[in-house]
Design a protein around this ligand. Structure first.
Ligand code: FAD
Length: 371
């Protein structure tokens, strides 16, 4: 079997490594150089509790999140769900080196156009499109609008400053002044070390974006001012979308969608690295499995995601329907050191308790990671 992969992001690289392990011939095409042009908070949230600890490129594990609503609350991470701060450039370059050493041919500065994709469909048995959103395939098969029905819009900067008071923790703060239709909406400060941090803002957009009502650059400038970071130097900046709805179809003739191209970013927090890696591995298993494998790809992804999606849905509903004070009470309750306060909060929000128990409780099959 011979497969082509479009995109050397986490999804494409994990797919390449998984395919190389099966002795499949792999050509991976990346429009830039591997590791370049990444716009990301660079924090992996192992939202299913199945990821292996990253190797080279790992900066440090994160044990606590500071969540800000009216006040700051410290949220300890359980041993069941991990967070890791990464240098994604180094991490992805290392994965690419490993893939090369296993025989994957990586073509850098090789942008795949729609015409080239059509040609590739004849040259390869399968193509894994991990080109992000909107994907190359969506241009060819004309479904790009699927990515924009409901999505997260984000803008971020890499700052040089003093983050010693926060690191190695990360901070997530909810916007009180934005309307419910833009929720989830929050800003983040993710220190890479004591002297550098990714800081950004993210909001949900449903349907047409009203740029007069939503100016993310201004929103971030206000945040940095309020956080006392206005004087920090901006080293890099950029934005992007999070494709928070699984696409209705994940296979187009001999093309299979992976990662953001498949719509696998979290609608709650916009993180998608873990799902990109997982879908890369599952996509390769699917093509190896022939027509049965392909038919099972979407089902497998949904099975992995079911409990996570249920909890995200409940949480998003709370963010949209509770007042800011009520949401603050909820955060205060779940992060309280007092068992009684936590129990009281749980009884007030049984839907959330039930979804959390299901999400944390059931042991997931750990896929055979290729790294
Ligand atoms: C501002 C922002 C912050 C984020 N922060 C986080 C975070 O902290 N944690 C987290 O888990 N997720 C985060 N995400 C989401 C995360 O970046 C994505 O979910 C993840 O990168 C998806 O991986 P992927 O491999 O599917 O796609 P990508 O990482 O987008 O990789 C796609 C690759 O394809 C290449 N490509 C595109 N078009 C072509 C083409 N035509 N030909 C060849 N190559 C092509 C691109 O150059 C790129 O290398 C963030 C997103 C944004 C926008």
């Amino acid at each position: 079997m011979k497969i082509a992969i479009i995109g050397a992001g986490p999804g494409g690289l994990y797919a390449a490594l998984a395919a190389a392990r099966e002795n499949i011939r792999v050509d991976l095409f990346e429009k830039r150089k591997v590791g370049e042009g990444i716009v990301c908070g660079e924090c992996i949230f192992d939202s299913l509790g199945i990821m292996a600890r990253p190797g080279r490129g790992l900066l440090h594990p994160v044990d606590e999140i500071v969540m800000k609503c009216r006040r700051d609350y410290t949220f300890p991470l359980s041993r069941l769900r991990k967070l890791w701060m990464l240098d994604r450039r180094i991490w992805q370059q290392e994965l690419a080196n490993l893939a090369r050493s296993r025989g994957v041919v990586i073509h850098e500065n090789a942008k795949i156009t729609q015409a080239r994709l059509r040609q590739m469909q004849k040259e390869y048995d399968w193509i894994a499109d991990a080109s992000g959103a909107p994907s190359v395939t969506s241009g060819l098969y004309q479904f790009s609008d699927e990515y924009f029905k409901e999505y997260l819009l984000a803008y971020q900067v890499l700052l040089a400053g003093d983050f010693s008071a926060l690191a190695p923790r990360i901070k997530v703060a909810f916007f009180s002044n934005l309307p419910s239709e833009l929720q989830p909406a929050y800003y983040w400060i993710f220190p890479k070390d004591a002297g550098q941090a990714n800081a950004g803002v993210v909001c949900t957009v449903r349907g047409t974006l009203n740029r007069d009502r939503l100016d993310l650059k201004k929103l971030l400038a206000d945040v940095l001012l309020a956080e006392g970071l206005a004087a920090a130097s901006v080293l890099e900046k950029g934005g992007g979308i999070g494709t928070s709805r699984l696409l209705p179809h994940l296979v187009y003739d001999n093309i299979i969608l992976v990662g953001d191209a498949a719509g696998l970013t979290s609608a709650l927090h916009g993180g998608g690295i873990d799902m990109a890696c997982l879908s890369g591995v599952l996509a390769v298993q699917a093509v190896i499995g022939g027509s049965k494998g392909i038919a099972a790809y979407e089902k497998k992804l949904k099975r992995y995601m079911r409990d996570k999606l249920a909890l995200e849905k409940v949480t998003i509903r709370k963010m949209r329907t509770l007042s800011f004070d009520q949401f603050d009470d909820l955060l205060s309750g779940v992060t309280s050191a007092s068992k009684v306060a936590r129990l009281k909060t749980a009884l007030c929000h049984p839907d959330m308790l039930y979804a959390t128990i299901k999400w944390l409780g059931k042991k997931k099959d750990v896929p055979e990671w290729p790294v």
